[in-house]
Ligand binder design. Sequence first.
Ligand SMILES: Nc1nc2c(ncn2[C@@H]2O[C@H](COP(=O)(O)OP(=O)(O)OP(=O)(O)O)[C@@H](O)[C@H]2O)c(=O)[nH]1
Ligand SMILES: [Mg+2]
Length: 609
Amino acid sequence: MNYRSDIRNIVIIAHVDHGKTTLVDAMLKQSKVFRDNQVVGELIMDQNALEREKGITIMAKNTAVVYRAVKINIIDTPGHADFSGEVERVLSMADGCLLLVDSVEGPMPQTKFVLRLAMKMGLKPIVVINKIDRRNSRIAEVLKLTEDLFLELAISADQLDFPVLYASAREGTVVTELDMKGQDVTPLLECILGKVPPPKIESGSFQMLVSNLAYDSHKGKIAIGRIWRGKVAPHQLVVSVGADGSVTHYEISEVFTYLGLKHLKVEEAEAGDIVAVTGLDKVNIGDTIASLEQTEALPRIEIGEPTVEMTFGVNTSPVAGREGHFCTTRQLRARLNRELETNLSLRVQGTDGRDTFLVKGRGELHLAILIETMRRESYEFEVSKPKAITKIVDGNLVEPVEVLTIDTQEEYLGVLTEMLSKRQAQLADMRNDGHDDVRLVFHVPTKGLIGFRTVFSTATHGESIMNTTFLGYEPYYGDIISTRNGALVASEQGIAVTYGLNNAQGRGCTFIEAGTPVYEGMIIGLNSQPKDIAINVCKEKKKTNIRSSTSDIAIKLAPPVQLSLEQAMDFINDDELVEVTPGNIRLRKKLLTQAQRAKDRASSRRSMK
Ligand SMILES: Nc1nc2c(ncn2[C@@H]2O[C@H](COP(=O)(O)OP(=O)(O)OP(=O)(O)O)[C@@H](O)[C@H]2O)c(=O)[nH]1
Ligand SMILES: [Mg+2]
């Protein structure tokens, strides 16, 4: 067996926000991959528009730096549990992992989740306690907790022998001992060179596993992965082996390797390296690309199952087709199918309704990001309430359950416990730091978490943090009864006016401003009573000839409650939909007219008898 001593392949894993992308910034900046006068900013790898807006990594990405003539291929991964599929997909490219742990938060549920995956893959770990500059850091304790985690998860004894570094990724410094003064990230680069094994090379001809796909309008599909055997060069003839074992012949067009943010076009790349190749227009993630002589496939990438589902359908509202460029079933189907190629933990199924698809993902955020992306690409469609995916195992109904970790203050304990018990949560652990801060750990069925993030943030005045990770499937806990009040539903098509909205505000709170076009069946607010009521918000005040001293005083409306996409998804009930267009997020009843809804209620009453 040979080794490539001039390469190291590492993946950076951690819980959300522990500083992975910031650490990559520090490595890139120190490696001088930018021009001296180039303004590069922060979170350089988070280039996607939604990543920048939300300040989170959504997709795993490759980059590389050169240190002492060794190329270090770096894979940055998302820490949010909903994007775990991205982590699972890329781990096999690496030989080592940097496990980042926040010096205040310590190991969190997702730290455990990703470390377990990395241990299973046999990656050599390096622990980086990050954010040591934080005022209230508790480094010794966090290290102890991290060691406990390794004791629990390590598969072989040598995985327990991991180096520990201390970093302030934001300041761009790493040290090996806490009493040292940080200069730069050299100790980290040295540690990677010294501790992460160089890639092993098997003998034989070209073989690579496709771990990622990208698109380029000129080059077409780009397959990204690690070469396990042999060499690859432009114009080489290869085959790709699909999931069903089918073999397709191709000629490689171009070969690229990574350096900083650039793709370098190369004449040849060899086993051990991570490359991007073009010319294979039907290749999929998980396929093996191999030489014609040795066409056996590498093991496919295993991705965890989706836990949440919702329908995506063609927009059927009376104002459909006015804003989006892509509104038809065919366009929606094609877009969802394209997403399946790269979004590995996503599933799409047809439904009984011809214009509707069942889309399954790893969590509400996973699906919300897809919806937001499509909306920005000028798609128009409607989505249903997200639901947890249940299944039958050995004849029993089971449902997904998650670990919910909450960092909060004592004053919110009562309200949180009450809210969560209604959502079938069970307290698994509670730690008090002796002051006011409390960490609560619950086991909650996924269905109980849907819509929880919004109410959580309101109940704790945005001062607490919650995180979830998938625990497993457990016997069905029973139904949760929705406690939402009824909706205020527009009864006429037209333009909402102040007078009409003022009437609506006498019933509850409203979601729209005066001047907003509405249609019959559109939800314009939340009733303060449990039942839906239809309201004519387009109704003007009756004109009279009598002037009263008060009637002309302009009505002052309370400002509308504007729901974000995620809040809208959480808000709706089973008989409602969110209408998503490039410019608007509207809520509506599935059945638009009062007559249809009354008929539906009557028939469901009959069937209950
Ligand atoms: N004080 C301090 N803040 C840091 C440090 N490193 C990162 N941060 C901050 O922590 C936040 C999250 O950093 P990111 O690098 O986006 O974290 P991440 O792990 O990539 O997050 P995801 O990709 O979304 O999982 C940002 O506001 C950073 O500025 C550090 O060393 N010290
Ligand atoms: Mg990140």
